[in-house]
Structure formats: structure tokens, C-alpha cells
Design a protein around this ligand. Structure first.
Ligand code: AMP
Length: 287
């Protein structure tokens, strides 16, 4: 076990260290919540930590930039890594343990087992990033088995990911309760994301249009406007406002992710993924 220079939070880099601490808590009857992250922490992550603090006796935050959820052409190398700053933020939230596994703890040499959640992974981000949910499902399954928390929490910012994780927990009978936290946004509506750091000042001015136009589209749809016409119009407005490419702007069932083409008959959400230069933004809102 080590401690960061700037933080009072103990840090486990190995599986033995993690398990020793968690087993000690459990022997003392304490409940444990895991908050999985890739670091470069912002208020969205910290909001999950605060929910965890309220619900559980002990909070573990994992920080691991998972190579398996990046395709070779994606931003694994550039992804922001700010460990000392993250540790200081987590100390401010009275987190009990940071789990920052070394890469070979998560991927032993020769590792060849993966977890795939077939149905939910075939929509939305699963189409534009086909490698992504396999990487996420495998690493989250591993983190849940390694830490064996009573609860784990994920953000609705990555709503499809949340559903994938609920499905794998159900399908593999993992003994953990999955909790969700709402999307935390900038004052201008932009959903917070570690990747927002990539945006140029000009792109930062354009980025909030995504949420603004999604809200406008949602209003028109709930007022009864034709869904495909509204979505078509919103796509072209986004491109006009400066977005370079739209991977999707679609309505899907909030539980099954089945596409909703022309009539909303059960809880549904509007989902979007759009590019500003090299940066891909995602967002979703309830209808
Ligand atoms: P990441 O570090 O991007 O893998 O995210 C770690 C966790 O934080 C995931 O459960 C995300 O859904 C969640 N998260 C990221 N951004 C936000 C946000 N703006 N609001 C709420 N949760 C978020």
C-alpha cells in the first residue's frame, strides 16, 4: 500500500492490497461501494463519489485507463492522466481507498477471456465503436470480482454503458447492486467529460449546442411533432452550428434500447454522439 504525496487516501496498486482492505471492512460489518473511473476526475465523477458516501460505509474509487475499450485509432495515448490531482480531489471527498491497478493486474500476460453483452451492445455506440462495450464489460466484470463491493455506481452520462453493466451483473449473477447517478453538466448544458479537455476554445463555444438542440427536439417531440422530421432537422442544425459529424441522434427505449421510430409508448430517451474535430461528445436525455 502506498499514499500519494498530495493525498491522505491510501492507494492499492495490487489485488492483494485491495482485497486485504476490503475484507477487513467486511469483517467489521461495513458496506462497500465501488466507483469505477478512468481518472481525470471532474464534478461528474465526484457526484458519484458523494452518492456512494451517502449509501455505503466505505468508498473505493478505481482509476484505470482501460486499453481494451479504445480502438487502435482512438485516443488511448492522449487520454488525460492526472493521478496526483485526482488523488487530491478524492481526499477532499473522504474516499477510503483508491484502487489504481497496474496494467498486468487487469490484463495478465496471455489473458484471453472477455465478457460480451450481445443485445445491448449492438445499438448506438456499439455501432460506431464496435470494440467498446466488450472492453467495458470485461474490465467492469473484473473490477467487480476483484473488489467484491456490495454496490457499484455508474453515471447516466454513459447510459448505454449503465444498461450493459446492469445486464452483465444480472446474466452472470454477480452479487452486487448497481446504482446510477444523474448527468452533471456545465452551466451551459454541456455534459462534463474528461474528453472535454481536448476541445479548442472555439469548439467549447459550439459544444453546448448539442444539449440545447437535444432539449429543443425533445420538447417538439413531446408536443407531438413527427419524430423523424424533428431528428432530421436537428441533425442538420447541429452540422450547421459547427459539429463535423453525427454518429447518431436517435430515440431508443430506456430499458431495452430498442429503436423508437415514430411513436413513444414506453419510457424512452434521446441519445446523441457527435464529433467536434477529433473529439466525440455523447449525451442523452429522458423524454
Ligand atoms: P469515465 O472516467 O469517463 O470512465 O467515467 C467514470 C464514471 O463516471 C462512469 O460511470 C461515467 O458514466 C461517470 N460520469 C462521467 N461523466 C459524468 C457526468 N458528466 N455526470 C455523471 N456521471 C459521469
Amino acid at each position: 500500500m502506498s499514499k500519494s504525496k498530495l493525498s491522505a487516501v491510501p492507494i492499492a496498486n495490487s489485488l492483494d492490497d485491495l482485497r486485504n482492505v476490503v475484507n477487513g471492512w467486511k469483517a467489521g460489518g461495513k458496506s462497500v461501494m465501488l466507483v469505477p473511473t478512468m481518472g481525470a476526475l471532474h464534478e461528474g465523477h465526484l457526484s458519484l463519489v458523494r452518492i456512494a458516501r451517502r449509501k455505503a460505509d466505505r468508498v473505493v474509487v478505481s482509476i484505470f485507463v482501460n486499453p481494451a475499450q479504445f480502438a487502435p485509432h482512438e485516443d488511448f495515448q492522449e487520454y488525460p492522466r492526472e493521478f496526483e490531482g485526482d488523488a487530491a480531489k478524492l481526499a477532499g471527498e473522504q474516499v477510503d481507498l483508491i484502487y489504481a491497478p497496474k496494467p498486468d493486474v487487469m490484463y495478465a500476460p496471455g489473458a484471453s477471456t472477455t465478457v460480451q453483452v450481445e443485445a445491448l451492445s449492438s445499438q448506438l455506440c456499439g455501432i460506431s465503436r464496435p470494440h467498446f462495450f466488450g472492453g467495458v464489460a470485461t474490465i467492469v466484470t473484473k473490477l467487480l470480482i476483484q473488489c467484491a463491493p456490495d454496490m457499484a455506481i455508474f453515471g447516466e452520462k454513459d447510459y448505454q454503458q449503465l444498461l450493459v453493466i446492469r445486464a452483465l451483473v444480472r446474466d452472470l449473477s454477480l452479487p452486487v447492486e448497481i446504482c446510477a447517478g444523474p448527468i452533471i453538466r456545465d452551466k451551459n448544458g454541456l455534459a462534463l467529460s474528461s474528453r472535454n479537455a481536448y476541445l479548442t476554445p472555439e469548439q467549447r463555444r459550439t459544444a453546448p449546442m448539442l444539449n440545447r438542440m437535444m432539449l429543443r427536439a425533445a420538447d417538439r417531440i413531446t408536443e407531438g411533432a413527427d419524430i423523424s422530421a424533428v431528428l432530421q432537422h436537428t441533425r442538420s442544425e447541429l452540422l450547421k452550428s459547427g459539429f463535423d459529424k453525427i454518429d447518431y441522434l436517435e430515440i431508443h427505449d430506456a430499458e431495452t434500447l430498442a429503436p423508437v421510430a415514430n411513436k413513444i409508448t414506453s419510457p424512452a430517451r434521446l441519445f446523441a454522439a457527435a464529433w467536434l474535430g477529433q473529439t466525440r461528445l455523447i449525451d442523452n436525455i429522458a423524454l
